[in-house]
Design a protein around this ligand. Structure first.
Ligand SMILES: Nc1ncnc2c1ncn2[C@@H]1O[C@H](COP(=O)(O)OP(=O)(O)OP(=O)(O)O)[C@@H](O)[C@H]1O
Length: 232
């Protein structure tokens, strides 16, 4: 993995989607560069395009125009499989609603992407990561047997077990009470530091945003401010 290639670079990105009321301009010319290991929080009012930005940046959605480079590769030059291959082991995602597979235990949920990436010792590695997030006693529990905070910690272990260079997080604590949110956030920042991973995180929580190295404020589909003091 080359440290000198920017994990993420967006240039003049637009996203326009059709709706019954006509085309909606969701992203209207977004530039964003994220350096290796840099932690960026994206804030802004509801509907300003934060989740859409993450979706386009992670290659889950194609921009209408502009370029998205992930680890130096232009995503528009890759098909869906190519984008998935590029992300695998290097970029990970954590969402507000966890997205754990309901028919798999905690350890199987964490091991699954490692197995897909053919990493050796997937299950022992999964167990190590569940220990890091304080869930050694819940290895064989299914998601419905876990609390919201525990499910989010499994999701975090799953995202970070492959030691990605970039983590995308969309409201990573959105469904948690403030005590659980605080412990998940502490854990996330500790584990990111351990991996040296960059973070692109959407949040409505100003306290969480302040923990980032940089705060990017969006309004109406555009970046309107980008600085360490944006939330002040
Ligand atoms: N598939 C779609 N088709 C049309 N419009 C959409 C679609 N998805 C999102 N939008 C619109 O795009 C805008 C941006 O949505 P997005 O979810 O990115 O905002 P957000 O800043 O993440 O909002 P929130 O903070 O409420 O989650 C919203 O006005 C939304 O209604």
């Amino acid at each position: 993995m080359t440290a000198d290639v920017a994990p993420l670079a967006l240039s003049s990105v637009t996203l326009t989607l059709p709706s019954s009321a006509g085309p909606v301009n969701i992203l209207r010319g977004v530039d964003l560069d994220v350096a290796a290991g840099e932690r960026v929080a994206i804030i802004g009012p509801s509907g300003s395009g934060k989740s859409s930005l993450i979706s386009v940046a992670a290659g889950l959605e194609r921009p209408t125009s502009g370029t998205v480079s992930l680890f130096g590769q232009d995503l528009s030059k890759l098909d869906e499989d190519g984008r998935a291959r590029l992300r695998r082991g290097r970029a990970a995602l954590v969402f507000q609603s966890f997205h754990l597979l309901p028919n798999m235990t905690a350890e199987e949920n964490v091991a699954a992407p490692l197995e897909i990436a053919r990493s050796p010792n997937a299950l022992p590695t999964a167990r190590d990561w569940l220990a890091k997030v304080g869930l050694s006693s819940r290895l064989t529990h299914y998601p419905h047997q876990l609390s919201g905070g525990e499910q989010q910690r499994v999701a975090l272990a799953r995202a970070l077990a492959a030691r990605p260079a970039l983590l995308f997080a969309d409201e990573p604590t959105g469904n948690l009470d403030s005590r659980n949110a605080g412990s998940v956030v502490d854990l996330m920042f500790d584990l990111l530091a351990e991996c040296g991973a960059a973070l692109v995180m959407v949040t409505h929580d100003p306290v969480l945003a302040q923990r980032a190295d940089r705060i990017v404020r969006m309004a109406d589909g555009k970046v309107v401010q980008s600085s360490a003091e944006a939330a002040a």
